[in-house]
Ligand binder design. Structure first.
Ligand code: BDR
Length: 313
């Protein structure tokens, strides 16, 4: 049975890899639409970047909806220093031949969840959670209709990547992350704790490029661009590959280990805004609200990613 997905995304090279992984697993996923999010770069670019990735994969039939141009209560923080001035620098990707879909991304989330059979639509979040939180505020009745949220968000044992204590997707819109985590929806988080184990080593990128198809080659080239910043920053053999952890978890959850815990988002700390406080040891009596993925098998992860990319043009 395919899983119906709404994908929230602000590509971003790692997210382009995640989108292509999803599109390369049509037996597992039916993508109802993408909601372009302001995050790594401003909304204008993320809309175009979504369209370009779909064009690359030959899937411009999938609608792309524009979400909110800003986080719920803050000014947008972006990450051109990692992803380049367009947010998706690296190889030349095909120009989009289609336009964004009519309507707002928040309304697309609400309408889709209200129209689909309850419990059948999964929210796959690769980005800040602004648009999902806005949808939950606008239409709280959608919460019990969501099958599950699977999100790349947060950090605890690996601490932060945009501040010493916060992971980028949560830092951009901590109020949104808090609303989503407090909504009582089954949620899995793929935090930096696991994405930092998924290093894009030379041999892994070479294997991706050697797939020889345009999606495999372009993904390797995109990741080569974005990994430069992280290679310098961390001094590891490869850069963490964040976004594809989300589809990988849905495709083969036994690649990963974690546990159900309480995760609370710091929205007002002087030094800790956007921190995901993970009660790993059950120290508080706060309710468990997320499955927190802690570790993963990186060889299986990259081999799964490549097997999906190989299915694409
Ligand atoms: C997240 O931040 C973004 O820059 C990446 O695309 C990923 O979604 C990792 O913290």
């Amino acid at each position: 049975m395919t899983r119906k997905l709404i994908v929230l995304t602000d590509p971003g090279q790692d997210q382009a890899a995640a989108l292509l992984m999803i599109l390369g697993a049509p037996q597992a996923f039916e993508v109802l639409g993408l909601v372009a999010t302001a995050g790594n770069i401003d909304l204008g670019y993320t809309i175009t970047n979504c369209l370009k990735v779909l064009e690359l994969a030959g899937r411009s039939d999938i609608p792309v909806f524009a979400g909110c141009p800003e986080p719920m209560t803050r000014r947008l923080v972006t990450a051109e220093h990692v992803h380049g001035p367009t947010g998706l620098d690296g190889p030349d990707l095909p120009e989009p031949t289609t336009a964004p879909a009519a309507g707002h991304g928040v309304d697309f989330i609400v309408d889709t969840l209200r129209q689909a059979e309850s419990g059948t639509v999964t929210i796959c979040s690769l980005s800040p959670l602004t648009n999902l939180a806005m949808a939950l505020v606008k239409a709280p009745d959608i919460a019990p209709r969501i099958r599950e949220i699977v999100a790349m968000a947060g950090a605890y044992f690996e601490v932060g990547n945009i501040t010493p204590s916060a992971e980028f997707n949560v830092y951009v819109d901590p109020e949104a992350a808090r609303i989503v985590l407090d909504a009582g929806i089954p949620t899995t988080l793929l935090p930096l704790d696991v994405t930092h184990e998924m290093l894009s080593t030379r041999s892994r990128l070479d294997a991706m490029r050697a797939l020889g198809n345009r999606c495999g080659v372009a993904t390797a080239e995109m990741l080569e661009f974005s990994e430069a910043f992280d290679l310098e920053k961390y001094g590891w053999d490869g850069a963490p590959l964040h976004g594809p952890c989300v589809p990988a978890f849905m495709l083969e959850p036994d690649i990963f280990t974690g546990r159900s815990i309480n995760v609370s988002v710091e929205t007002r700390g002087q030094l800790t805004e956007g921190m995901t406080v993970a009660d790993w040891w059950g120290i508080t009596d706060r309710p468990k609200n997320a499955f927190w993925v802690r570790h993963g098998n990186s060889d299986r992860y990259y081999s799964l990613l490549n097997s999906c990319l190989a299915n694409l043009p």
